[in-house]
Design a protein around this ligand. Structure first.
Ligand SMILES: *[C@@H]1O[C@H](CO)[C@@H](O)[C@H](O)[C@H]1NC(C)=O
Ligand SMILES: *[C@@H]1O[C@H](CO)[C@@H](O)[C@H](O)[C@H]1NC(C)=O
Ligand SMILES: *[C@@H]1O[C@H](CO)[C@@H](O)[C@H](O)[C@H]1NC(C)=O
Ligand SMILES: *[C@@H]1O[C@H](CO)[C@@H](O)[C@H](O)[C@H]1NC(C)=O
Length: 383
């Protein structure tokens, strides 16, 4: 997401704050302030520094002025640091959901991070925008500054397009054929999400997984989020590229895939993907290969359905693979989820995180209504 001309932040659904590299001369925030109190209540689950409480140090050259600090965390490599809380300008475009209307600048509180913390982020990224809904997360700060609702919409583009992140609520329009589908926000359906108190993540309450309607042999409890310890559960991630499954669940899903696709000619594995098929053996519909539909069966009764285009990735001209990976023992993931739904699986689906009501709206795969997340009309409209 761009924040200022040329500066981009990585979006992190579970992140509690904004952070970026800072100039050597940057403003600080007093320790005794509401902002610093908000920074101090941030969970510090990453053991960044267990010897301090985030209240900062004597930044006043011995004059007793205390500068507030916080713990920026890199969700890609699990590293963290300690840095001053500062005030930094954001530049965004106001929209009526149809077009951008005019630019708006507003200040946000962000943590400064050493340049080394940018490791593993995409090149050009200067930091991370946390979206968790914590007081210093981006949606909370936008809501407070611009007096809009604590809601945000994410439409992650596939294939290198430009998607959209819209803060404050709808409506949301996408260019489509036929025209009557233009206001995609009319087609949102909502489910409640769960929050993991340990890592701030958004979770779905899932009791089963099915491949082409064949249930994978996964005990329902194995997918549940333990609200006390923060273990398990099905977490949404804008940082994991592909869906990662705990080894026991991964094996069960692979077995279901094998049973359903046993007649499709295989191709050798293509790292990091294990189950690959010959391109010529699969056919494609508007929503991807029809044999690769995966349902997450929700406790509330419905399903969260991934169609083939969100499950199958083409790795070369002849090979298609299931875009799922087996979770490894990553130290970055203390509150290890059972399933991490990755960015590829969220592409071309307009998602609305309603932090006021604790619910998640989704249009489902936009290909059904002949549009994509790259179809916001970025021409200027008239206010
Ligand atoms: C965090 O640090 C404490 C104290 O150093 C240690 O006991 C604990 O095991 C660490 N936790 C993790 C998850 O690394
Ligand atoms: C705002 O719109 C202008 C013109 O389309 C664009 O160049 C700029 O990147 C947009 N800013 C943001 C923060 O998206
Ligand atoms: C949810 O998915 C399961 C497994 O594919 C299927 O049996 C069930 O009918 C679906 N439920 C709904 C409401 O679509
Ligand atoms: C995009 O928005 C502009 C400004 O409102 C409008 O003139 C143009 O027709 C729109 N483009 C399409 C393809 O609808």
């Amino acid at each position: 997401m761009s924040i200022r001309t040329g500066s981009r932040l990585v979006l992190d659904l579970g992140g509690p704050l904004l952070w970026s590299t800072c100039l050597a001369a940057h403003s600080t925030v007093p320790c005794r302030s509401d902002v610093c109190a908000a920074a101090a209540v941030q969970d510090n689950p990453w053991n960044c520094s267990s010897s301090t409480d985030g209240r900062g140090s004597d930044g006043g050259g011995g004059r007793g002025l205390c500068a507030c600090s916080a713990y920026p965390y890199n969700p890609l490599n699990g590293q963290c640091a300690r840095g001053d809380v500062t005030t930094t300008p954001m530049l965004a475009n106001v929209t009526d959901g149809v077009n951008p209307l005019y630019p708006v600048a507003f200040p946000v509180h962000a943590a400064c991070a050493p340049g080394a913390l940018l490791g593993s982020l995409p090149s050009g990224a200067v930091g991370v925008a946390g979206l968790s809904g914590a007081p210093l997360s981006l949606p909370s700060q936008v809501a407070a500054s611009l007096k809009v609702e604590r809601k945000f919409a994410l439409c992650l583009p596939g294939g290198g397009g430009t998607g959209a992140a819209i803060f404050g609520g709808g409506p949301f329009h996408l260019l489509v054929v036929p025209e009557e589908f233009g206001m995609v926000s009319n087609g949102l359906s909502y489910i409640s999400y769960l929050r993991n108190p340990k890592n701030g993540g958004f979770y779905l309450d899932v009791v089963g997984i099915a491949v082409n309607h064949r249930g994978a042999d996964v005990p329902p409890d194995s997918l549940a989020l333990d609200a006390g310890t923060g273990h398990g559960g099905v977490m949404l991630s804008t940082v994991a590229p592909y869906t990662a499954l705990r080894p026991d669940i991964y094996r069960a899903v692979i077995e279901a895939i094998d049973a359903e696709l046993r007649l499709i000619a295989r191709a050798p594995p293509s790292w990091p993907f294990e189950r690959c098929y010959q391109r010529s053996a699969m056919w494609w519909t508007r929503v991807g290969p029809p044999l690769a539909t995966v349902d997450l069966m929700l406790r509330s009764g419905g399903n969260w359905t991934f169609f083939g285009s969100n499950m199958i990735v083409q790795v070369n001209e002849e090979t298609l693979c299931f875009a799922i990976v087996e979770m490894g023992p990553t130290p970055a993931m203390d509150e290890s989820p059972a399933v991490i739904i990755g960015g590829f699986q969220l592409e071309d689906n307009l998602l609305v995180f309603d932090l006021e009501k604790g619910r998640l709206g989704s249009t489902g795969l936009l290909y059904w209504i002949r549009t994509t997340c790259s179809n916001f009309n970025f021409s200027w409209g008239t206010p």
